[in-house]
Structure formats: C-alpha cells, structure tokens
Design a protein around this ligand. Structure first.
Ligand SMILES: [Fe+2]
Ligand SMILES: [Fe+2]
Length: 208
C-alpha cells in the first residue's frame, strides 16, 4: 500500500516539476484581460513575485500529496486530494503568468517539493487533527502572503492580480474546510518553524 502512495507521489512530483499538472480544468482567472505592463522593471518585479507564488504552489502539491499518503482515513484522503486538484489549477495559472512575463519557475523546485512532502507526511502520521491542523496553518500563512503580494504587485498588473485573488478565495476555502473537519491548532513552536521555513522559501524563490 505504501509503495502505491510512493509511486503516486513520484508521479505527482514529476508532473509538478515539469509543468504537466492537469488540474480541474477551471479557466485561468486572468481571462482575456490586457497585459499592459510595459516597463521592463515592472515585468521583472511581477515575474519574481509570481515565481514565489509558483514555488508556493509546488509546495502545496507536495504537502497535500504527503498528507494524503500519510493518512489511513480514506474520507480524509479524498478531501485532501480534492484540495490538491484545486492547487493544481493555481500551479498552472502561475506557470502561465510566469511564461507571459518571460520569467521561469524557481530552480530550487525539487528541494521545495521534497521538504514539503516530508512535512505533510509527518503531520499526517500524527493523526487526523494534526493533519488538518497543518492545512489550516499553511493556508492561513499563504493567505497572509497573498494579501501582501496583492499590495506589492505593479498597479497595472491585472492579470497576476486576478489569479492571486482566485487563489486567495480557494485557500480560504481549504482552511475553513479543514477547520470544520476537526483541525487541531498547531503548537506555537511548530507554527514558528513553519513561518521560518516559508520565509526561506519566499526569499529563495525570489532570486533563484
Ligand atoms: Fe494554492
Ligand atoms: Fe490551498
């Protein structure tokens, strides 16, 4: 059984890291909006920010995959995999936007994936409350971060903004589902460690 999860995790990792995620087929929220970012500095700035968001979505794939692999509860696994599918949409939209901006995904993707998978798996092994507690802690952190990015994007970048707004709404839905299903609050030291790790990721993906 564990070998099945290992195989599907490797499959998800490969698809995530090579830009072959499927997702649910929802259309890109940027739609047919103009892309009026003309100043090279603005494009570069937006590209860096979208690279960080893309790295966050690589981690979301890994977390949910590790969490689904580590749980023994099939209903909970189905909830986690449903959220993962929405995260695949986010990943694809960020990939699209990176391409439009002439930027590229973080070269550290495999490191983000492996560390997040291990984190998700470890939380799942500690039981349902801790598994769902990780969802709440992460999604809250992501929401906070998206709010910051929505404020920091170049004003004219409506395409990136529409993507981030839809992501923010979805992340908030993931957090409330996890809360409703019995998430246990994450202990403060773990929350602090998570925040530290997320800072390393955001700084790393901003530049590499
Ligand atoms: Fe997401
Ligand atoms: Fe999410």
């Amino acid at each position: 059984m564990f070998s099945d999860f290992l195989i599907s995790s490797v499959d998800n990792a490969l698809r995530t890291l090579t830009g072959n995620s499927r997702g649910s087929g929802r259309p890109n929220p940027a739609g047919g909006q103009d892309d009026p970012l003309l100043r090279p500095w603005d494009r570069q700035q937006a590209g860096r920010m979208m690279r960080v968001n893309h790295a966050g979505e690589v981690m979301a794939q890994a977390l949910y995959t590790g969490q689904a692999a580590g749980t023994e509860d099939p209903d909970l696994r189905a909830v986690l995999l449903r959220a993962r599918q929405e995260e695949e949409d986010h990943l694809r939209w960020c990939e699209d936007r990176l391409r439009e901006l002439g930027s590229h995904p973080s070269l550290l993707g495999p490191i983000w994936y492996a560390s997040a998978w291990a984190m998700g798996y470890a939380a799942a092994r500690r039981g349902r409350g801790s598994n769902l507690g990780l969802v709440v802690a992460i999604e809250n952190l992501v929401e906070e971060h998206l709010k910051e990015h929505l404020g920091g994007l170049p004003a004219e970048d409506g395409r990136s903004r529409s993507i981030l707004e839809q992501m923010q709404a979805d992340e908030s839905g993931h957090a409330s589902t996890a809360e409703r299903l019995g998430a246990a609050p994450m202990p403060a030291p773990l929350r602090a460690a998570l925040r530290g790790f997320s800072r390393i990721m955001t700084q790393g993906a901003l530049w590499i």
